[in-house]
Design a protein around this ligand. Structure first.
Ligand SMILES: Cc1cc2nc3c(=O)[nH]c(=O)nc-3n(C[C@H](O)[C@H](O)[C@H](O)COP(=O)(O)O)c2cc1C
Length: 217
């Protein structure tokens, strides 16, 4: 696979083909990509809600109101919409659950490795909780890694995607009952197939020149 080719071919789809629906096999691949996304100290402080039904997409589209109305057709015409959520806190139970998973996945040769991982992860979690006081921001950074993984990955699966920060998280959190679940919405991605009418598809990419963004030492 030529990853450079896919990184150049991917683009933000602005108009989706509303008749096109992604197969279960593709959606499973999308789930696999999200599941293996990296995160600081393997904290994985995320949850992904995947809407593939008309009613599910309509519920999410309620958050594209007011100033965000321009995003609504992407949410309703695409095949699936993924709500990227971050956790709102990391507690001891959650840290223990992570350790148990790593244990059952065979990450620890013995109890000493498990303890070392517990200490290392707690140090980072507590640093953000008590010293830097930026836990929410830190967790959302991890969610954005999953976003990057998905955007490039979608291109390699030869499907189209539109990332969206243009929505009202207060409306969406309420609609999906996220806060009660210890979650909050961060970013959305609509996936599907582009419409032949998508004005954005033929436009060339525009990025900073390499000499402006790279420094060689
Ligand atoms: C975090 C993030 C949020 C974005 N939000 C929106 C959005 O709400 N609506 C939209 O049409 N495009 C949105 N975009 C698309 C960007 O405008 C687009 O990625 C950028 O212009 C680069 O173009 P490209 O993705 O086609 O390469 C978003 C992109 C990112 C990464």
């Amino acid at each position: 696979m030529n990853i450079e080719k896919y990184s150049k071919e991917r683009y933000t789809t602005k108009v989706f083909d509303s008749d096109s629906s992604l197969s279960d096999s593709i959606i499973n691949k999308v789930k696999n990509l999200l599941q293996v996304s990296p995160s600081s100290v393997n904290s994985q402080p995320w949850h992904f809600i995947i809407a593939g039904t008309e009613s599910g997409k309509q519920r999410i589209a309620k958050a594209a109101s007011g100033a965000y109305e321009y995003n609504k057709p992407k949410l309703t015409d695409s095949s699936h919409v993924i709500v990227f959520c971050s956790k709102t806190s990391i507690d001891d139970d959650y840290l223990e659950k992570l350790l148990d998973q790593e244990d059952s996945d065979g990450r620890f040769a013995n109890g000493d490795f498990r303890e070392a991982q517990r200490k290392g992860r707690s140090t980072f979690v507590n640093l953000h909780k008590f010293n830097l006081k930026d836990s929410q921001h830190w967790m959302e950074k991890q969610v954005y890694l999953a976003l990057g993984t998905l955007l490039l990955g979608a291109s390699t699966l030869e499907i189209d995607a539109c990332p969206m920060e243009g929505f009202d998280p207060t409306i969406l959190d309420q609609e999906l009952g996220l806060r009660e679940k210890g979650l909050t919405s961060v970013v959305l991605v609509a996936i599907g197939k582009r419409s032949p009418e998508d004005f954005n598809a033929p436009l060339p990419k525009s990025r900073h020149k390499q000499e402006d963004i790279f420094t060689n030492l």
